[in-house]
Design a binder for this molecule. Structure first.
Ligand code: C2E
Ligand code: CA
Ligand code: CA
Length: 603
């Protein structure tokens, strides 16, 4: 049975006199019976007390008014790591001193004891957290008793503390990467800003991964998660121990650098290192994955003294880095603020414009050089903005691509153009531009089929123009969409050929029906030999692969003559006509014949 260490007096002693008296007085068996019952009752009570004390989850120790230990339970011994013999009947101050010698007592035992006694005498309780052996933490409460002594209870709170710590950690860290989260980062930034002095500088680096969405979309979220973990490891490797790397969500990371005489050159060096290291290939599930990092930087105090402002400015610089071609870093500049604001307004306008149908499709004729007749029209969208007037696509297509609004806009252009083309002569085809962003939409093929079918246009009369970047992004998915379109009867053109990634293998990767030579070569053809060489190479390649070649941006008759000589099949440009509203198309078709004299006038 469990043991209680204490001095419960033997009931036999204090009842002895009375019992003797009774025995003598009554000398009867009744008195003996009474004594036996009383003794049994006391023993039962002691047993209950013992059981209760030993089954307590707390350690318990009682002291008399002087501070001498009068009783304690076994759990108390275990928790304090002391034997019963070393506690029994000891004065608490002696125990403290002994612990001090063993290195198990912080502070001065005499002072501590005096303080404790004075509290107890004042009828006040005392409580403290005690870090015991084996990493355990205890909550000790000393509670005064009526006789001037006190009882100490010791509770093991290690598990509770551990759980508490875990909860606190979770609230301030990202569960995937274990990096500090936004809240933790903001706290660190606030702290750093409070310490900001003339010498001390702060840099906030907002990092966004390039092409991460493609990894997630094509290889799945588990692979995406692995990439994010690896990125966090690499980022942590790039910084000093005193810097903070946090994950704000998705593929957004942020770094806080703070230090004396932190120079923009140091920050730039670190940013370049990050771009390089994050850009190194990842090997996950035996797949080689390549992503990049774009970085926006703001510095305190010059770019702001408030946490929110610094983050916002770094974010604006990040946006600039992304639009300047990714894989780069940019510092915040005051003008960025205004341009970001303008972008926000334009995005809102664009959304509203879709609902209000403020767009219009213009058509530019493409001529066949053998027949000198219009062979097709290219659909070119315009935005009839209520305040800014007619806006060219360059002013809103990039934003529409970025915000995903290109999908509904592209669908609208396609439906409208198919309806218009259905009114033209059967001999004239329609060309529609498809942006790379539209290929990310799984419904692209079905929406094209629907537009063509609804307009009752023969699919053979539709031609879609894509650029090389469509093939770069998600090669397999793009090729599959192109094949589906081709099987439906739609023709595919390679637009702006010669710019961008420009690789002949792109021309071979799909049986294109047409290749459009970019206008930059056409316009420089007469002036620059290499442009002429490119035009010549593309037309020759077109001929050998059986692909029609169309020269864009033809502005002069000299250019036209050269293109004829090279054997280019089709031409398009201001020399013949600018893009025109649908209503003018009829008129153009009426005079569907091009002669060298008229061409110049038309320009
Ligand atoms: P693009 O597909 O290369 O279209 C040809 C652009 O060159 C048109 O500009 C056209 O007006 C212009 N152009 C034609 N002939 C000449 C010329 O002789 N000289 C010069 N300097 N320019 C000429 P636009 O209409 O401003 O369109 C610009 C770009 O916007 C297009 O380039 C195309 O990439 C994009 N775009 C236009 N409409 C759409 C659309 O509906 N959907 C998508 N995704 N993109 C579109
Ligand atoms: Ca085009
Ligand atoms: Ca083009």
């Amino acid at each position: 049975m469990a043991q209680i260490y204490g001095f419960v007096s033997d009931p036999q002693n204090w009842h002895f006199g009375i019992l003797t008296g009774l025995a003598w007085l009554l000398a009867s068996g009744v008195a003996i019976g009474l004594f036996a019952r009383l003794k049994a009752k006391l023993q039962q009570q002691k047993l209950r007390l013992d059981t209760a004390l030993e089954n307590m989850s707390q350690g318990l120790c009682m002291h008399n008014a002087d501070g001498r230990i009068i009783m304690f339970n076994e759990r108390y011994c275990k928790m304090t790591g002391r034997s019963a013999a070393s506690l029994k009947d000891r004065h608490l101050l002696d125990v403290f001193k002994e612990r001090k010698v063993l290195g198990d007592f912080v502070g001065d035992p005499e002072i501590y004891f005096a303080d404790l006694i004075s509290k107890i005498r004042a009828g006040k309780s005392n409580s403290f957290i005690w870090h015991g052996a084996a990493d355990r933490t205890y909550h000790v409460v000393d509670e005064p008793m009526r006789d001037g002594g006190w009882v100490s209870t010791v509770e093991d709170i290690s598990d509770w503390r551990e759980a508490q710590k875990k909860i606190e950690h979770m609230a301030r860290h990202d569960s995937l990467t274990n990096l500090p989260n936004r809240r933790h980062f903001s706290e660190q930034l606030e702290l750093a800003l409070q310490r900001l002095s003339r010498k001390q500088q702060i840099a906030v680096l907002c990092i966004d991964l390039d092409h991460f969405k493609d990894v997630n979309d094509t290889l799945g979220h588990p692979v995406g998660d692995e990439v994010l973990k690896e990125v966090s490891d690499r980022l942590s490797m790039c910084v000093r121990k005193s810097d903070t790397v946090a994950r704000l969500g998705g593929d957004e990371f942020v770094i806080l650098l703070a230090g004396e005489n932190l120079q923009p050159t140091d920050v730039s060096a670190m940013a370049s290192r990050i771009v390089e290291i994050v850009g190194m290939p990842y090997e996950i599930d035996e797949q080689k994955i390549i992503i990049g990092a774009s970085i926006g930087i703001s510095m305190a105090p010059q770019d702001g003294k408030e946490a929110d402002q610094l983050l916002q400015n770094a974010d604006m610089a990040l946006y600039r880095a992304k639009s300047d071609g990714r894989g780069t870093c940019r510092y915040f500049e005051p003008g960025m603020d205004a341009s970001a604001q303008a972008r926000r307004i334009l995005t809102l306008d664009l959304r509203a414009a879709l609902l209000r149908e403020e767009f219009e499709v213009y058509y530019q004729p493409i001529y066949d050089l053998k027949t000198n007749k219009i062979t097709s029209f290219e659909a070119l969208v315009r935005w009839n903005h209520p305040i800014r007037g007619m806006m060219p696509p360059a002013a809103f297509i990039p934003l529409a691509e970025e915000t995903g609004l290109i999908v509904p806009l592209g669908e609208w252009v396609l439906r409208k153009a198919c309806q218009d083309a259905a009114q033209w002569s059967e001999a004239v085809d329609l060309a529609v531009n498809l942006s790379p962003a539209q290929f990310k939409n799984r419904d692209l093929v079905s929406s094209i089929i629907e537009a063509v079918t609804t307009a009752a246009l023969s699919p053979r009369r539709l031609e879609v123009e894509i650029t090389e970047s469509v093939l770069i992004q998600d090669h397999e998915a793009a090729l599959s969409a192109l094949h589906q379109l081709r099987n439906f009867g739609v023709r595919i053109s390679m637009d702006d050929f010669g710019t961008g990634y420009s690789s002949l293998s792109n021309l071979r990767s799909f049986p294109f029906d047409k290749v459009k030579i970019d206008q930059s070569f056409v316009q420089e053809m007469e002036l620059q030999d290499d442009s002429m060489a490119i035009v010549r190479a593309i037309t020759a390649l077109g001929k050998s692969l059986g692909i029609t070649t169309t020269a864009e941006g033809v502005e002069t008759s000299e250019q036209l003559n050269l293109l004829r000589l090279e054997g280019c099949a089709q031409v398009q440009g201001y020399l013949f006509s600018r893009p025109q509203p649908a209503s003018v198309v009829e008129e153009l078709l009426l005079h569907n014949q091009v002669s060298e004299q008229r061409e110049l006038k038309a320009g």
